[in-house]
Write a protein that binds this ligand. Structure first.
Ligand code: BES
Ligand code: ZN
Length: 625
């Protein structure tokens, strides 16, 4: 109670600052980013020079960032900062810098604060000296035991959505683009990589230098440091990973070059030079992250049979949808992910065929419908209102699969060739820019709808973009293979079919996923053991199949899979896998107890982004649990 009072008083004390700055609250229809305190119309940062020194012992970065500034009016530079220890600020005109006054204006819990620097007229540079802190969510420092090699520590960043501000004081809005250069000091036996061109070799060194000549939003600034090796896959593609992982990864991702030429044919040249993939340790909280020139990927997609490479197609596709044309604010996130899922599925079709396309689309829609069934109506909207909320809350299947479905619907009514031509123009027209939903809609109107009013009348864009639920004209795909599985399950349920005679030996991962999902929410334990005896699903080494099977096992009370559940939850930290399993466990008192026990052990190894979500699922409080 006493502690609560202190918190309440502290909260009241910062209220006036919050309301006067109006930085993180209220809606803004003019495309201003509610999740950044930057005022780019006054002073805009255009280029960053980063000097970073890693301290694995203290688990912190010592940093200096120099901002090159473009000034229109006003003397205040506002930078987003969160959980940073700011030491000094300097400003000046090209080179001659002087120490300068600064202060922090309190913001919100998720958005952090605003670092306000008072410039003199004519200043076009501002520098900040700082340290990162333990509380920061943008960096994860791993102990050697958390890596594949178990001998050397590892560090990686995850800046999207608004975590860049926890390791770089910056104008942290997707609507503001910067070029950057970086100088990174590491222990001498480690390699640093960034979302940038590496100047200098691929070997361990004390200093690593980088340069990103294309303007990108700060959520795409990325750094990883560890015992990393490089393997080339083609002239412009390769993989970075720990030595024991790198061969396996190069084999798994061998189709990457093919995927690149596929997108280039459809939507224009790849504009970022190299495309490499970094395989991270298993605590990486996402499947993948489209850091330019260097996709970050979870090791859980290394299935040994290339069956999960749609993730590579997805992150690669962001080199057009997202990195080239970005959402200006977080409520426009669907422009980024919806377009990317659409491109991903087109790549999968071109490289692996129409049947695979139908399966991927169908699985995506099933996931969307299941998630939407439990979602507030306001979160089912593509152009979602995130005012006053953490932009990470906008990370649902809606911007992804509903967004992609809208594009498939447009393709369906306008025809594939005209729609592809439209998309190519869209990427060219807005390249290296960040746009809002309104800007997309007016471009669509002029460049596609106007050309064919009859087709245009078939798509209710207001319903698609501003409405909840799924429009009736949502296009579906029929998979022959899935139909056979549906049939087999029906026969099995009716007692007319023995398991093991379903032709499952040749099922692909996507067919297994459809099979498991089609078994429904729960099944009698005897049924699950019959399946497990026939198909050995508890022993599967495929992470997607494992996640689906374990969820069904938990809700069905199938105890032989419990040990595997504990192992899966403690050996990787991908939020998409953790969340449904912990949620399933929380449904019974005994499951809840197991969840708490597992989480107590696993929590210190998870990334802050996963911790935030799972804390909420479990009602976990540091003191009380
Ligand atoms: N950019 C996202 C990941 C992301 C989104 C991180 C929002 C933080 C905030 C990435 O491209 C992505 O969508 N990853 C998916 C995989 C994909 C195949 C759907 C993921 O990690 O689940
Ligand atoms: Zn994505």
């Amino acid at each position: 109670m006493f502690r609560f009072l202190i918190v309440a008083v502290a909260f009241l004390a910062i209220l006036p600052a919050c309301s006067s700055s109006s930085t993180f609250e209220g809606a803004d229809d003019e495309g201003r980013d509610l999740h950044s305190s930057a005022r780019p119309k006054e002073v805009r940062s255009t280029h960053l020079v980063l000097d970073l020194e890693l301290d694995f012992g203290a688990r912190r970065l010592k940093g200096t960032v120099v901002h090159h500034l473009q000034r229109r009016y006003g003397d205040l530079l506002r930078l987003d900062v969160k959980d940073l220890d700011i030491r000094a600020c300097r400003a000046g005109r090209s080179g001659a810098m002087r120490e300068i006054a600064w202060h922090i204006e309190k913001g919100s819990e998720s958005g952090g604060d605003s670092l306000i620097i008072a410039l003199e007229p004519g200043d076009d540079r501002a520098a900040v000296d700082y340290f990162t802190t333990d509380a920061g969510s943008g960096l994860q420092w791993l102990r050697p035991e958390q890596t594949a090699g178990k001998k050397k520590p590892f560090l990686f960043s995850q800046s999207q959505a608004i975590h860049a501000r926890t390791w770089i004081p910056c104008q942290d809005s997707p609507g503001i683009r910067v070029t950057y250069e970086a100088h990174v000091k590491t222990p001498g036996d480690l390699v640093a990589v960034m979302s940038a061109e590496k100047t200098g070799g691929n070997q361990p060194a004390l200093e690593h230098h980088f340069h990103m000549p294309q303007a990108i939003p700060t959520y795409l600034i990325a750094l990883a440091v560890g015992d990393l090796q490089f393997r080339e896959m083609s002239e412009r593609t390769g993989v970075w990973a720990e030595p024991s992982v790198v061969e396996k990864a190069a084999w798994e991702f061998a189709d990457t070059e093919k995927m690149m030429t596929t997108v280039e044919k459809l939507y224009g040249p790849y504009r970022w030079g190299r495309y490499d993939i970094l395989v991270l340790p298993p605590s990486f909280p996402f499947g993948g992250m489209e850091n330019p020139r260097l996709t970050f990927a979870t090791p859980t997609i290394l299935a040994g049979d290339r069956s999960l490479v749609s993730l590579v197609a997805h992150e690669l596709a962001h080199s057009w949808s997202g990195n080239l044309v970005t959402n200006a604010t977080h409520r426009d996130f669907w422009l980024n992910e919806g377009f990317t899922v659409y491109l991903e599925q087109r790549i999968m079709e071109a490289v692996y065929g129409r049947e695979r396309y139908a399966m991927e689309v169908t699985l995506g829609l099933r996931g969307l419908e299941e998630e939407m069934a439990e979602m507030d109506a306001r979160d089912q909207i593509l152009h979602v209102d995130l005012a006053g909320r953490d932009p990470d809350d906008g990370f649902t299947s809606v911007p992804y699969d509903k967004g992609a479905a809208l594009l498939r619907r447009l393709e369906q009514v306008f025809g594939r060739d005209p729609f592809d031509a439209f998309l190519r123009r869209y990427f060219d027209h807005f390249s290296f820019r960040s746009i809002t939903t309104a800007t997309f809609r007016s471009f669509l109107e002029k460049n596609l709808l106007a050309s064919n009013p009859e087709a245009a009348a078939k798509v209710d864009l207001d319903e698609w973009i501003e409405g909840s639920g799924l429009p009736d004209d949502l296009p579906r795909e029929a998979s022959e293979a899935f139909k056979e599985i549906d049939q087999a399950i029906m026969e099995w349920d009716a007692g007319r079919l023995q398991l093991g005679s379903t032709g499952h030996a040749s099922w692909t991962t996507q067919e297994w996923l459809h099979f498991i999902a089609s078994l429904g929410e729960r099944r009698p334990v005897a049924k699950l053991s019959e399946i497990d005896r026939a198909y050995r699903l508890t022993a599967s080494g495929n992470s997607e199949i494992t996640a689906a099977w374990l969820k069904l096992s938990i809700t069905s009370g199938y105890t032989p899979a419990f040990e595997k559940t504990a192992h899966f939850l403690t050996s990787q930290g991908r939020r998409k896998f953790l969340t449904p399993l912990y949620k399933a466990l929380m449904q019974t008192p005994a499951g809840k107890k197991r969840a708490m026990e597992i989480y107590r052990r696993a929590r210190p190894t998870y990334h802050a982004i996963s911790v935030r979500t799972i804390d909420e699922v479990l009602g976990w409080t540091e003191a009380g649990s």
